[in-house]
Design a protein around this ligand. Structure first.
Ligand SMILES: NC(=O)c1ccc[n+]([C@@H]2O[C@H](COP(=O)([O-])OP(=O)(O)OC[C@H]3O[C@@H](n4cnc5c(N)ncnc54)[C@H](OP(=O)(O)O)[C@@H]3O)[C@@H](O)[C@H]2O)c1
Length: 286
């Protein structure tokens, strides 16, 4: 998906014909691409935003309520000469999902890469979870990814290429005491990813854009283990020690260790990887 090949900003050409080829020497791998990273101003999302931008993408970072942090982050990216914008929206609201995707396309002329990263936890045992605790986590973590993808897909199908990457969690595989809502939302992303991957390929085929040499429209999930971000700060020290004892590598992961898999999957050259779950967990679940 090398945008240099006749797909400038606002372009509407179909499949980019540079599929598996490496970009010309000296040109960043994601040059000309536009990426939208939800929850892209803090934690894992911030690392993803930066790594995509450093590889040449124009990045749009979503946030929900922490506007100060979002503006600070935008300033940092701009000072480093990276091309970025920020977009406020609650991914738990379908209208906000549609609006923010529309805003990104309007502002940057296109959307090539959607990273559904925004997520929350409200941890309580099943017997204590309220209706609101259940619905809120499901609406942000799972429904948000659905409504954002639904909004982005027609644009990607029209272009004949795209990348959707959902950030799930090891907890979606293993479950965890006190995280029924979170685990269900993150497991749900596996089924959503596989169905989106099938439908994306089907729709591309129907539009006559399933080009064997093209970039394709792929949908994948990343399932991180325990990564050192603010989300982890609420975990009591004793519980954290017990978690680390279960990680063969003996430490939490870093946000940049998740981001590197994201930019690998986002590259044009990753055109044959779709419907897959990528585990980044220091060997905690194998
Ligand atoms: N940290 C881990 O160990 C770990 C492990 C596995 C998976 N994950 C997943 O990785 C993702 C990022 O986690 P993190 O640890 O980086 O989280 P974090 O540090 O708590 O950051 C969460 C981000 O999501 C945004 N967000 C929260 N609610 C939102 C909403 N309703 N609408 C839009 N944006 C919203 C926040 O925006 P504001 O700044 O405006 O609040 C923030 O940018 C999540 O999906 C999480 O489940 C994390």
């Amino acid at each position: 998906m090398d945008a240099g090949e006749g797909q400038g900003k606002g372009g509407r050409s179909g499949t980019a014909a540079t599929g598996g080829a490496d970009p010309p020497i000296g040109r960043p791998r994601l040059h000309g691409r536009v990426a939208f990273v939800t929850g892209g101003t803090r934690g894992i999302g911030a690392a993803i935003t930066r790594s995509l931008a450093e590889r040449g993408a124009t990045v749009a970072a979503g946030y929900s309520s922490n506007e100060i942090k979002a503006r600070e982050y935008l300033d940092q990216l701009s000072q480093d000469g990276l091309d970025a914008s920020i977009h406020q929206g609650n991914v738990g609201l379908p209208d906000d999902c549609r609006r923010t995707v529309g805003e990104v396309i309007e502002q940057h002329g296109r959307l090539d890469i959607l990273i559904n990263n925004a997520g929350i936890t409200i941890d309580k045992t099943v017997l204590k979870l309220t209706d609101e605790d259940w619905h809120r986590v499901l609406s942000v973590n799972l429904s948000g990814a659905f409504f954002l993808s639904q909004a982005a897909l027609p644009h990607m199908i029209e272009r004949g290429s795209g990348r959707i990457i959902n950030i799930s969690s090891i907890i979606g595989e293993t479950g965890n005491i006190g995280q029924a809502n979170y685990a269900a939302s993150k497991s749900g992303l596996f089924g959503l990813t596989k169905t989106l991957a099938l439908e994306a390929a089907f729709q591309l085929g129907r539009a006559g854009k399933l080009d064997p040499d093209g970039v394709g429209l792929t949908v994948n999930t990343i399932a991180p283990g325990f990564i050192a971000t603010e989300m982890m700060e609420t975990i009591p020290e004793k519980v954290m020690d017990a978690i680390k004892a279960k990680i063969p590598l003996g430490r939490l992961g870093r946000p940049d260790e998740v981001a590197r898999v994201v930019h690998f999957l986002a590259a044009d050259q990753s055109s044959y990887i779709t419907g897959a779950v990528w585990h980044i967990n220091g060997g905690m679940d194998m």
